[in-house]
Design a protein around this ligand. Structure first.
Ligand code: PLP
Length: 380
């Protein structure tokens, strides 16, 4: 199996790359965008915000590209600074009355549970749905939902094991109980096709540095129409108001005019180099197409599972392609030493849950996988 668009990632030949779940490798278009940002900063300073194709335009382009990738329109997307921040703005908008509770599951990335548990000091409780054999059956959310539940949350794909939940089913459950869902898609946007309209998800957030291969500094929050209309976040910044530049700020000091779109969930000044690199990364993903990427990533992860099976290694990731993302966790003896040696030799991968966390993306090829497993076999 050949990698797709592999020539855009020159580092891959010297550094077998299996760590996209942490950060995607640097592509030439993203590198060029970052360099051009530095040039603009040097040559134009603050004028770079407003010039055509400048920094403001990059933020808007990135919002549009993200919207496109999840089947939304730009009006439903707020830029943010990370999934923790995006989640905090949702928490600031929903009715957090003392005695209510929020539900998450034990495979979720801590960004969301941390935000939930911190609400404890305001009298908000939390309930945790447990996984079985590294899988979360979202039907188990119904075991802990009660009349005080105000929000269901989940990571679509778990960062340690690559396990994937069924968001459509979670939304069905939430609708039966009239409770909204916040979905963290940081480990799935860019791999797993998503149509927010068909899924009817309430809130969704992802950053761009992993499967969208766009680097640091910006993330995006999707908010469904009815929530845009009905919710007013209490935690915002000056980019969360209608026309932030109105009358050179004077009106803003005495009147809060909320926008009628998702930008009402925004905070302050975006990080322009993050927007520019995110846009360049998302353009690559969009040009290849999510369906094609999904098929490729499922094939390469299947190959990883087969190579692990051949050697009798324990796979800590669900085998069903409907139940996993593009991460395969393979348990080996002395995983920490194996990973350390591989890293010293130029491999880019990490360890989680006592296993090698192997996270390929569309640019990886079969040779990368064979080479990794041959070397791992020598090390254990
Ligand atoms: C599922 C998931 N959510 C969120 C994050 C990060 O959240 P934040 O943007 O707040 O750092 C990560 C990884 O870093 C992740 O894997």
């Amino acid at each position: 199996m050949d990698g797709i668009a592999r020539d855009l990632f020159p580092s891959l030949e010297d550094h077998p790359y299996f760590n996209t779940c942490s950060i995607g490798p640097l592509s030439t278009p993203v590198r060029n965008e970052v360099n051009s940002y530095l040039e603009q900063w040097y040559e134009k300073g603050g004028i770079a915000w407003v010039q055509e194709g400048g920094w403001n335009d990059k933020v808007e382009e990135a919002r549009s590209l993200f919207a496109d990738l999840i089947g939304a329109s730009k009006e439903h997307i707020a830029f943010s600074f990370g999934n923790s921040v995006a989640f905090s703005s949702i928490l600031s908008a929903i009715n957090l009355t003392s005695g209510s509770n929020i539900i998450y599951n034990d495979l979720d990335f801590p960004a969301i549970p941390a935000g939930v548990m911190a609400q404890n000091q305001r009298g908000i409780d939390y309930r945790v749905v447990n996984s079985t054999n590294n899988e979360v059956d979202v039907d188990h959310y119904t075991d802990v939902i009660d009349e005080n539940t105000i929000l269901l949350t989940a990571s679509e794909v778990a960062s340690n094991t690559g396990s994937r939940i069924n968001p459509k089913r979670l939304v069905e459950i939430s609708q039966e109980h009239n409770i909204p869902v916040f979905l963290d898609t940081y480990q799935s946007t860019g791999v797993i096709p998503m149509d927010v309209k068909k899924t009817e998800i309430d809130f969704l957030a992802s950053g761009c540095l992993k499967w969208l291969i766009g680097g640091f500094g910006i993330s995006f929050l999707y908010i469904r129409d009815d929530h845009i209309e009905n919710l007013d976040p209490s935690s915002i910044g000056w980019m969360g108001v209608d026309d932030p530049f109105a009358d050179l700020f004077d009106k803003l000091r005495t009147n809060l005019h909320r926008p009628r779109d998702a930008t009402k969930f925004q905070y302050g000044t975006p990080y322009p180099v993050g927007a520019a690199s995110a846009a360049a990364g998302m353009k690559i993903v969009k040009d290849i197409g999510i369906e094609r990427i999904f098929n490729q990533d499922m094939k390469i992860t299947q190959l990883i599972i087969e190579e692990a099976d051949k050697r009798g290694m324990e796979v800590q990731t669900p085998r069903d392609p409907d139940s996993r993302g593009s991460i395969v966790n393979v348990k080996v003896e002395n995983a920490a030493n194996v990973v350390q040696t591989l890293q010293n030799e130029g491999y880019v991968l990490d360890m989680r849950s006592h296993g090698l966390r192997i996270a390929p993306h569309f640019y990886n090829n079969s040779q990368d996988v064979y080479k990794l497993f041959e070397r791992v076999s020598q090390l254990i």
